[in-house]
Design a protein around this ligand. Structure first.
Ligand SMILES: Nc1nc2c(c(=O)[nH]1)N[C@H]1C(S)=C(S)[C@@H](COP(=O)(O)OP(=O)(O)OC[C@H]3O[C@@H](n4cnc5c(=O)[nH]c(N)nc54)[C@H](O)[C@@H]3O)O[C@H]1N2
Ligand SMILES: Nc1nc2c(c(=O)[nH]1)N[C@H]1C(S)=C(S)[C@@H](COP(=O)(O)OP(=O)(O)OC[C@H]3O[C@@H](n4cnc5c(=O)[nH]c(N)nc54)[C@H](O)[C@@H]3O)O[C@H]1N2
Ligand code: SF4
Ligand SMILES: [Mo]
Length: 674
């Protein structure tokens, strides 16, 4: 049996090192790579199920086309025909409008390996086009971290094992980051306290010493209340505050005068003695890790809440900066040139730049484009008709598009609405280079098996399609089609990357993943002064925005939380029987209060509704949910995102999607209510 080395490329904290076992060109089994210091030889259930993923009967085998769009009338076509149709359209649009602005893409997180920036590289290579910018997942938090600390880096997550207390705000690692639980457990075995702050009694909360059930979106209140108590008891590092922070006087005065502890308790739903307990942990346990989960920033107060938590964490650490351990995300990719992402566009005589549209409001913004309108959309590594919001805007955008191409391994909701669907290769069928947004390891991903039927990697598709365009219209694209995956990987291993990860050549990575040698943490840039929480606009009477201000939202009194599932990655893995059974109906969890108020019994068919529409679901009544929270898992047959209403962050900065900030109502299912 042959053994190859891989990195799991899912959008997941762990980017696990993985080994494949191959017999006669077939993937027989996978295991965790013991040489990877983060996952240490283990995988999650989704990882162990890769043999079923690769040979899944639902996997797309050939390019297919559908006429008319949405009819389900699919027909197999050759790659040649697919490329011809797409190239014809791109060239015709270019002729019609005088540039490639009518062609664009929507791409996100299906595979986060560095070579999957081939999609961006491919579009860059044809000059100005229409591209998504921003990030639905984590950008609000990233900006808040950069404002507080001047950078977004966390220390090695393995070091959580050495903490004496771990305070988790809005993360659920027992579901979303299972390998981290090992380090948390190691800390607890040595006596560390684990505190989980979440509106939902999660699997992680169930393992904690203290669970603080907070009203969604109010963490900033809690952090400021706790900071006030910390300051009152003078248990903070005064010298550090004087020398290393910006804005102390203002913050001190603000907390003294404007943070009222009764209001904190009212807003957060947390009793004062619980807040005191949190303060005593922050002031006594050292070192103490604060983990800010992505869940925190999926509401309109997200950025401010993070800034307040950062401030509490920094004040609470009173034995030197090196013990300031705030975990959010580590931007591993920043070490690399990411040549495909940054592939230089050829100049256009008239159009100076590509046209950028916010990925969080993609459909609406794309529909509004004129001169030229968007006419061709390439969807890759992305399932917007499950994971984005505003499906109505998507429907009207799609009506205006002349060609929709989706590249995926499976027939997703988005693929179902495309004209041409191209089969993508799995990571066992292509080479790649992978870093993580959490740990500090670098891995290579080898090609271990031939492509499944006619599947191709996104890079291979870019190479072939751009060659086709150049054959038709010489010089149309500057994509280096002759460059092999290994060449792209070599280009990523610049002298500084080699030094940083102590590799001399690719062969070193074939021996095993490498750890970044330079330690990073929130305090590694010593010249930067920490920016304490600031209220922002003077004269605003509240620190944070209260939810449900409008009349419309009054009619929808419940807050909809739609977090991740243990055995899925967003909309992926639904057709894998080892992991998930296809469900006809979604399940909605509601509180006893919500059930009683609406006469709903366990197992009833119910409808969740708001201004966007309605979704049918089966009711599960939970004793543990806050009264006004409704919980539905993402994706599924009838994706819950139909009910997500995007509310941009107050400060108009680029933001993540406020996935956890939508309001809904619930009632028993009515057959006739349209
Ligand atoms: N309601 C709600 N919605 C959410 C969230 C939430 O918390 N609540 N979370 C948001 C977050 S955090 C995220 S990150 C986004 C994720 O949003 P998406 O990235 O759109 O999520 P996925 O469902 O994983 O879709 C990725 C697609 O890429 C495909 N794919 C996998 N590998 C490859 C490949 O190599 N090539 C190509 N071409 N395709 C490939 C997969 O089969 C899958 O269909 O969802 C967001 N949506
Ligand atoms: N199994 C699995 N793992 C995954 C993924 C997956 O789809 N499946 N997706 C990956 C991706 S792309 C991401 S972004 C991460 C996300 O992983 P996490 O960082 O864990 O974030 P979320 O799952 O969005 O939310 C975590 C928790 O925040 C809570 N929460 C919601 N609002 C608030 C609030 O206002 N305050 C507080 N204190 N808590 C709140 C939710 O109830 C939830 O339990 O997971 C990654 N890992
Ligand atoms: S999904 Fe995440 S935890 Fe599971 S194998 Fe992949 S990287 Fe590891
Ligand atoms: Mo995400």
């Amino acid at each position: 049996m042959e053994i190859y080395r891989h990195a799991c490329p899912r959008n997941c904290f762990s980017t696990c090192g993985m080994l494949s076992y191959i017999e006669d060109g077939k993937l027989m089994k996978v295991s965790g790579d013991a040489k990877h210091g983060y996952n240490q030889g283990r995988l999650c259930a989704k990882g162990y199920a890769y043999t079923q993923y690769v040979y899944n009967p639902y996997r797309l085998k050939h390019p297919i086309k559908q006429t008319p769009r949405g009819s389900g009338n699919w027909e197999r076509i050759s790659w040649e025909e697919a490329y011809d149709t797409i190239a014809d359209k791109i060239l015709e649009l270019n002729k019609r409008y005088g540039s490639n602005l009518a062609s664009g893409y929507n791409k996100f997180s299906g595979n986060i390996g560095l070579l999957h920036y081939a999609v961006e590289g491919m579009f860059n290579s044809i000059g100005p086009h229409t591209k998504p910018i921003g990030n639905p997942c984590l950008i609000t938090g990233e900006q808040a971290m950069r404002k507080s600390f001047g950078q977004m880096n966390s220390m090695m997550p393995e070091k959580m094992a050495k903490m004496n207390a771990i305070v988790i705000w809005g993360a659920n690692p027992a579901v979303t980051n299972v390998h981290q639980m090992k380090f948390i457990l190691q800390a607890r075995q040595k006596g560390a306290k684990l505190i989980v702050i979440d509106p939902v009694f999660t699997r992680t909360a169930a393992t904690a010493d203290i669970f603080i059930q907070i009203n969604p979106g109010t963490d900033g209140w809690l952090a400021l209340g706790a900071a006030k108590l910390l300051i009152q008891s003078e248990s903070y590092d005064q010298e550090f505050v004087r020398n290393q922070t910006v804005n102390w006087e203002e913050f001190h005065q603000y907390v003294n005068e404007q943070v009222d502890l009764h209001e904190v308790c009212r807003q957060t739903g947390i009793a004062l003695d619980v807040i005191c307990e949190l303060v005593s942990i922050y002031s006594m346990a050292e070192p103490c890790a604060t983990w800010i989960g992505f869940g925190i920033q999926r509401n309109v107060n997200g950025g401010k809440n993070i800034s307040a938590i950062n401030t509490l964490a920094v004040l609470g650490c009173h034995s030197g900066q090196e013990n300031r351990c705030v975990y959010y995300s580590h931007s591993g990719i920043d070490d690399f040139p990411v040549n495909l992402l940054n592939h230089e566009e050829p100049e256009h005589p008239i159009v100076l730049h590509s046209r950028e549209i916010d990925i969080n409001n993609f459909a609406e913004n794309a529909s509004k484009l004129v001169d030229p309108p968007l006419k061709l959309l390439w969807i890759a590594l992305r399932n917007p008709l499950s994971q984005d919001q505003d499906f109505q805007a998507w429907e009207s955008l799609m009506n205006e598009l002349e060609l929709i191409v989706t590249v995926d391994l499976f027939m997703t909701k988005s693929a179902e609405m495309s004209d041409i669907v191209l089969p993508a290769a799995s990571h066992f069928e292509e080479m790649d280079l992978n870093v993580s947004y959490w740990h500090h390891w670098l891995s290579i991903n080898e090609k271990a098996i031939p492509p499944y039927y006619e599947a191709k990697s996104d890079l291979q598709i870019a190479r072939e399609l751009m060659k086709k365009l150049n054959d038709r219209s010489p010089g149309f694209s500057n994509f280096p089609s002759e460059r092999e995956p290994i060449d792209w990987i070599r280009m990523e291993l610049t002298p500084s990357v080699k030094k940083l990860y102590s590799v001399e050549c690719i062969d070193d990575l074939l021996e095993g993943p490498r750890l970044r040698t330079e330690e990073v943490s929130n305090s590694s840039s010593s010249s930067f002064k920490f920016r304490l929480f600031s209220q922002g606009n003077k004269g605003t009477s509240t620190h944070f925005i209260n939810r449900r201000k409008t009349d419309v939202e009054e009619s929808y009194p419940f807050q909809l939380l739609t977090p991740q599932s243990l055995l899925k990655i967003h909309s992926q893995y639904e057709t894998m029987p080892w992991l998930n059974q296809a469900a006809e109906q979604e399940v909605v969890e509601l509180s006893e209060y919500a059930a009683e108020k609406n006469g709903i019994m366990e197992g009833d068919k119910v409808e969740l509704f708001n201004q966007n529409g309605k979704i049918a679901a089966i009711a599960r009544i939970s004793r543990f949910l806050p009264q006004k929270v409704i919980l539905v898992k993402q994706a599924g047959k009838n994706p819950i995102n139909r009910l997500i209403v995007h509310r941009p962050q107050e400060n108009k900065e680029k933001s993540s999607m406020n996935f956890y900030d939508s309001s809904v109502n619930i009632r028993k299912w009515r057959e006739k209510n349209g």
